[in-house]
Write a protein that binds this ligand. Structure first.
Ligand code: CAA
Length: 387
């Protein structure tokens, strides 16, 4: 039916499904319980090419397209959304940004190890006082008199993978008077003086994906580690998030698929009042609506993935398609996991089954990389051209 899905796409999807079932699914509950970062399986994902799917082979990736990335990420997230988050940030927020805006030297030095999974990448935009209003940041980078280094100071929050990241794409103010047009992007090496990590955040869901604050205290960033030009940071951040939102939509789809499959199986075997619960119309209605929303999410993700691939050739934007996919898939994941718990009743509420993990993991997809409210704002602004 979808002739844009090639044999190559099916192969990476099957490889991701196989790895997810064999290596991730068995450890997901343990990592959710302990909050331990799954470093070993993340390294294995790198060796299999899942950490740089769209990066050309000469830069350490596997040189496939966005659809391949979305298909693989859905499978990984179906087994465990924490692995999905780590994979999504590395691929779309870090590799994509480096591919699009990095110099050749930056690609050689940073993209090659990150895309091949030898190093872990992170992306840092949010600050304690600016989340959705991303342009309103307080951290600063000041160029020294010699023009060789920027001195960076300030605090950033909610940085996914920060406790384990080797390289962080940082957005900070170089010219505050210019507001969002004064933001610049930098590549931060986390083993250098002046960089520190805060405590790993205790979270409701995606508990195995480590998230922390990071602080900069006179961190000296060489000029050659500036990503793009001074003042281009906000647009880089937004363009990278266009890519990232397709990743989060795929993660949400994986969570929703897992919850739906568990619910179908339960409806087929659980009995009440002398029949299978799947024979009750109220359960049937839930399953029918869950499946329909899951498939609608999938179509929006396909559309966004194809739009991104087309935009890479035409130089156009795919902001609308990406935001629609992220909005719909994340709200679907939340809704579907809620229904899944209801279908399972007490078992759904119990930690003996993964349903409550799916439910907790789904919530973040409506929040990070732009809340549902931000996605609606982006979609409406694109439609009307009004601010
Ligand atoms: N592509 C290219 N340019 C873009 C763009 C895009 N997608 N979106 C905005 N721009 C440009 C605009 O054209 C405008 O350009 P000019 O300066 O030339 O006029 C400029 O950027 C400013 O745009 P806006 O006026 O629309 O900016 P705004 O301040 O109103 O903010 C917003 C818009 C959509 C709300 C934006 O701030 C936003 O996306 N906020 C959410 C931030 C977010 O998603 N944070 C996630 C953090 S990262 C994360 O969660 C990762 C993780 O851990 C997994």
């Amino acid at each position: 039916m979808f002739d844009f899905i090639t044999e190559e796409h099916k192969m990476i999807q099957a490889a991701a499904r196989d790895f997810a079932r064999k290596a991730i699914a068995p450890i997901a509950e343990h990592h959710d319980h302990t909050g331990e970062f799954p470093l070993e399986t993340v390294r294995q994902m790198g060796a299999l090419g899942f950490m740089g799917i769209e990066v050309p082979e000469e830069y350490g990736g596997v040189g496939m397209d966005t659809l391949a990335y979305a298909l693989a990420l859905t499978e990984i997230s179906k087994a465990d959304a924490s692995h999905g988050t780590i994979m999504s940030v590395n691929n779309s927020l870090v590799c994509h940004g480096l591919m699009k805006f990095g110099t050749e030297a930056q690609k050689q030095k940073y993209l090659v190890p990150i895309a091949s999974g030898q190093k872990i990448g992170a992306y840092s935009l949010t600050e304690p006082m600016s989340g959705s209003d991303a342009g309103n940041m307080k951290s600063r980078a000041v160029l020294n008199d010699a023009g060789t280094h920027y001195l960076i100071n300030g605090r950033k929050s909610w940085v996914t993978s920060a406790p384990y990241a080797d390289i962080i794409v940082l957005f900070t103010m170089t010219q505050p008077e210019k507001q969002h047009r004064g933001i610049t992007a930098f590549l931060i090496e986390t083993d250098k003086p002046g960089f520190a990590r805060g405590k790993t955040e205790p979270k409701l869901g995606i508990r195995a994906s480590a998230t922390s604050e990071i602080t900069f205290d006179n961190y000296a960033c060489p000029v050659e580690n500036r990503l793009g030009q001074e003042g281009e940071g906000f647009k880089i951040a937004m363009q990278v998030l266009d890519a990232g939102r397709i990743g989060i939509a795929s993660q949400a789809l994986g969570i929703a698929e897992a919850a739906l499959e568990a619910s179908i199986a339960y409806a087929q075997e659980r009995e009440a009042f002398g029949q299978k619960i799947g024979q009750f119309q109220m359960i049937q209605q839930k399953l029918a609506d869950m499946k329909t929303r899951v498939e609608a999410s999938r179509l929006l993700i396909y559309q966004a993935a194809l739009a991104k691939t087309a935009a890479q050739q035409s130089g156009g934007r795919y902001t609308l398609e990406s935001s629609m996919a992220k909005l719909f898939a994340s709200e679907t994941a939340m809704w579907v996991t809620t229904q899944a718990i209801q279908i399972h009743g007490g078992m759904g509420y119990s930690k003996e089954m993964p349903l409550e993990r799916y439910f907790r993991d789904a919530k973040i997809t409506e929040i990070y990389e732009g809340t549902s409210e931000v996605q609606r704002m982006v979609i409406a602004r694109t439609l009307t051209g009004l601010r």
